[in-house]
Design a protein around this ligand. Structure first.
Ligand code: G3P
Ligand code: MG
Length: 359
C-alpha cells in the first residue's frame, strides 16, 4: 500500500487510507458472517496476524459494550479486533455523562443497555425492564406475555443485588436512552410515554418532558429474513406519533448514528488513533502536523444507501463510498437517490477493489 512520507523512517510510516465497515448487511446477517467477510478482513493483517491497514466498524447497531462487541466480532470473523475499532450507534452517548451527573436514567433495547451506559460512566441507570418492574400494572398486557413472568423474577433477583437508592415514585427520570433495538415495542412505548409525558414520574401529573436520545434512526436494516426488518427509526416514528397524539405537543428528541456528519468526523479521528498503533507504537503520531496525519482516502463500505452512502457523501473529502448488495440495497445499478462512488457485490469484492486501487 501507498505510504505517507516514505522518505521518513519506518516508525512514522502509515497507510494513506483507512476503511470503515458497516456491520449488518455487510459483514454479518442474522448472527452469521456473509459476503466472504472473514477472508476480506484477514487481508488487512500481515502473515504474523498484526494489523497492517487501519480499519474500524461503523455500525448503527449495538446493545453491548464496545469491549464485548470486539470479542464477539473477533470470534465470528476470525481476526483480532480491539474495542477501539468498534464504533456503535450508542458510542456518542459517552459524551453525555457529565450532563446527567447522579440523575436517574432509563436505558432501552436488546442486549445489555444498562451495562452499556454504566460502562460509559453514567451513575444511576436502570434498564426499562428493571424500571417497569417497580410499577404494578404499568403494562396491562404483561400477563399475556409468557416470557414476562420469568423475566420479572430474574429482574427482582438482580434488583436486590443492585446498589439502588432511588424511589421511582418521587425521584424523576431525567433521561431516556434508546441504546439498541427495543424488544417489547408495546410495553416500551407505553412506559416511555408514561415517563416522557409526566415529567419522569409515571402515573403522576403531566410535566416537563425528560431528555430522549436515540442511538440511530434506521427505518430498516437487513437481518436474517429476506426482507428488511424495522429498525430504531421505525420505533421512533411509532413512539413520536403516539406521544404527539396523546399529549398534543411534539416529542423532543435527539438521534445519533449514521448518516449524521458528526459520526463520520468521529470515525475519522478513531481511524487516526487505530493508525497510530499500527507499528506497535501508540505514540508515533507525535511530532506530526495535523495535515501529515490526515488520510487521503477513507472508504465506507455499506449496504444502506440512505444511511451509509448518504452519510459518507455528505461527509465529503476524504470519504469514498462503496455500496454492496448483501443487505438493504439489492438494485442492479447504482442507487438513484444516494449514488455511491462504487457499487460491488459483497464485502470481499469491496476490499479487493480497495487494495488494488491503493497498490
Ligand atoms: O440494528 C442494527 C441496524 O440498525 C444497523 O446496523 O451495522 O447496518 O449500521 P448497521
Ligand atoms: Mg448495514
Amino acid at each position: 500500500f501507498r505510504r505517507l512520507h516514505s522518505h521518513t523512517g519506518p516508525d512514522t510510516q502509515r497507510p494513506s487510507f483507512g476503511i470503515s465497515f458497516d456491520i449488518d448487511g455487510v459483514l454479518i446477517r442474522g448472527g452469521k458472517a456473509i459476503g466472504g467477510s472473514p477472508q476480506a478482513l484477514r487481508r488487512l493483517y500481515g502473515d504474523d496476524g498484526t494489523l497492517k491497514i487501519p480499519y474500524i466498524f461503523l455500525t448503527n447497531g449495538g446493545g453491548v459494550p464496545e469491549s464485548k462487541r470486539a470479542s464477539e466480532l473477533s470470534e465470528l470473523l476470525g481476526v483480532q479486533i480491539s474495542p477501539l475499532q468498534v464504533v456503535q450507534g450508542h458510542s456518542p452517548f459517552r459524551d453525555l455523562v457529565s450532563r446527567f451527573g447522579n440523575d436517574l436514567i432509563v436505558a432501552v433495547g436488546k442486549g445489555e443497555p444498562a451495562k452499556v451506559m454504566l460502562e460509559y460512566g453514567f451513575k444511576n441507570v436502570l434498564s426499562i425492564d428493571e424500571y417497569a418492574s417497580f410499577f404494578k400494572g404499568i403494562d396491562p398486557l404483561s400477563r399475556y406475555k409468557n416470557w414476562a413472568f420469568k423475566q420479572n423474577n430474574e429482574i427482582m433477583k438482580n434488583m436486590n443485588e443492585l446498589d439502588f437508592s432511588y424511589n421511582v415514585n418521587s425521584d424523576a427520570v431525567k433521561g431516556t436512552f434508546i441504546v439498541s433495538d427495543p424488544v417489547d415495542w408495546g410495553r416500551d412505548i407505553q412506559v416511555l410515554c408514561d415517563i416522557l409525558s409526566c415529567g419522569g414520574l409515571p402515573g403522576k401529573e403531566k410535566g416537563h418532558q425528560p431528555a430522549l436520545y436515540f442511538a440511530s434512526d434506521d427505518l430498516l436494516y437487513q437481518a436474517e429474513f429476506p426482507a428488511e426488518r424495522l429498525g430504531m427509526g421505525a420505533f421512533r416514528i411509532a413512539l413520536e406519533n403516539i406521544f404527539n397524539s396523546v399529549n398534543g405537543i411534539p416529542l423532543q428528541y435527539t438521534s445519533y448514528g449514521k448518516p449524521n456528519p458528526s459520526v463520520f468526523k468521529n470515525a475519522e479521528s478513531v481511524l487516526m488513533q487505530v493508525a497510530s498503533t499500527l507499528n506497535g507504537n501508540p505514540d508515533h503520531a507525535g511530532g506530526r502536523t495535523e495535515k501529515e496525519n490526515k488520510f487521503r482516502t477513507i472508504y465506507m463500505i455499506g449496504d444502506n444507501p440512505a444511511v451509509d452512502i448518504k452519510g459518507a457523501t455528505k461527509a465529503g473529502y476524504p470519504w469514498f463510498s462503496i455500496l454492496i448488495r448483501t443487505g438493504v440495497f439489492k438494485g442492479k445499478d447504482n442507487h438513484p437517490e444516494y449514488p455511491a462512488d462504487m457499487v460491488v457485490e459483497n464485502v470481499e469484492e469491496a476490499v479487493e477493489y480497495i487494495l488494488k486501487k491503493e497498490a
